[in-house]
Design a protein around this ligand. Structure first.
Ligand code: CA
Ligand code: CA
Ligand code: CA
Ligand code: CA
Length: 353
């Protein structure tokens, strides 16, 4: 299967090093690391925006034709130490190491923003699972380390299976957007980025962001790395000028896959009642502290809520999204790790620290 687009690039700019470097390990005590297993980083550029979730409707989670909040995802630099998440880390210098986490923030609305009046309170990211996770039929559970900054509100949803690739749906061009395969790979169509002719964003129009936008340009797709403090991540997910071949064709089959046949793992982040999937709460664990709001949830894979049928867990896509978190702009939630387990204590890191 051809892999296109979002492979990990290394950026070094503005004093910020954003380096793709996965690590292997185990997510909680007991199991030894599995060093032969491949890495899968929490690198922000390895994720695409989420398509609109089709359900589970029975849980009030049908978000079709509902646009996400204006959000960003990125790796904040040097803010989370390994021992903040993995309390059992004994080696002091190892515990002091910074972890790379995937953080989500709601943008402050700006001129020409992609906020739309039909926004509902969701946002998320998705991708095709990497080659080493193409077959999840024998996996038993998925565990996620999450920090919601103590808000304890809303839901975190992990979808696994066939998931629509159609995430770029808002545009004024009638030949693009919802129902169309949008890609930068057009000149030539060869699976490679020809930066001078293609790195213009999914609108395929080269123009600096402006309000009103230049003809045909979305007016909000410029890529800008955060510069000096305070770091501004609000344009880090821009597709124009980011040096990547952006495309909706996440599996590289030259086709916009729009099927939704997946299992949904819905995890309440609220505390009344506490989720049955909560395994660890670092604010309420020996070695933790009340200000430590990292929590570990683990969900058996056979407890997925089916959407559109019974999913085949082969060649699956994964979508991680959030619904009904605290309103307003700012940092909302961050993820340190997502790991699948095969049998007893053999965890495979999907998202390495
Ligand atoms: Ca599209
Ligand atoms: Ca553009
Ligand atoms: Ca691009
Ligand atoms: Ca495709």
């Amino acid at each position: 299967m051809r892999q296109v687009g979002r492979t990990g690039l290394a950026f070094q700019a503005g004093g910020i090093a954003l380096i793709a470097a996965g690590l292997i390990g185990c997510d909680e005590g007991g199991a030894d690391p599995e060093p032969e297993l491949p890495a899968f980083p929490t690198f922000w550029q390895s994720w695409s925006p989420a398509s609109e979730p089709a359900g589970p409707a029975a849980l009030g989670l049908d978000r079709e034709y509902q646009r996400p909040l204006p959000y960003n995802w990125y790796n904040p630099e040097r803010v989370v130490r390994r021992r903040d998440v993995f309390l059992e880390t004994r080696d002091q210098s190892e515990g002091e190491e910074f972890l790379r986490v995937l953080e989500f923030a709601i943008a402050t609305e700006r001129s020409g923003d992609w906020a739309s009046p039909d926004s509902s309170g969701w946002f998320g990211v998705m991708r095709q699972l990497p080659p080493d996770l193409q077959d999840l039929r024998e996996a038993t559970s998925v565990a996620i380390w999450v920090d919601d900054f103590g808000a304890s509100r809303g839901r975190m949803i992990l979808d696994l299976g066939e998931i629509s690739e159609d995430f770029y749906v808002e545009t004024t061009n009638p030949q693009k957007g919802r129902g169309w395969l949008d890609t930068e790979d057009i000149d030539p169509e060869d699976g490679e980025l020809t930066a001078s002719r293609e790195d213009f964003g999914l609108d395929n129009i080269q123009a600096a962001d402006s309000d009103p936008p230049a003809p045909g340009d979305d007016g909000n797709d410029d890529f800008v790395l955060p510069g000096q403090e305070p770091l501004d991540y609000s344009r880090i997910n821009g597709t124009e000028g980011n040096g990547l071949l952006d495309t909706e064709d996440l599996d590289g089959n030259d086709f916009l896959d729009q099927d939704n046949i997946y299992g949904s793992y819905v995890i309440s982040l609220g505390e009344d009642p506490v989720s049955p999937y909560l395994v660890k709460d670092n604010g309420n664990t020996p070695g933790g502290s009340p200000g430590n709001t990292w929590r570990l949830f683990r969900v058996p894979l056979d407890e997925g809520v089916p959407v559109g049928g019974t999913p085949r867990l082969v060649g699956a896509y994964v979508r991680l999204w959030f619904d009904d978190l605290t309103p307003g702009p700012g940092k909302k939630v961050r993820i340190a790790d997502i790991a699948f387990a095969w049998g007893q204590g053999r965890d495979f890191m999907l998202l390495g620290p």
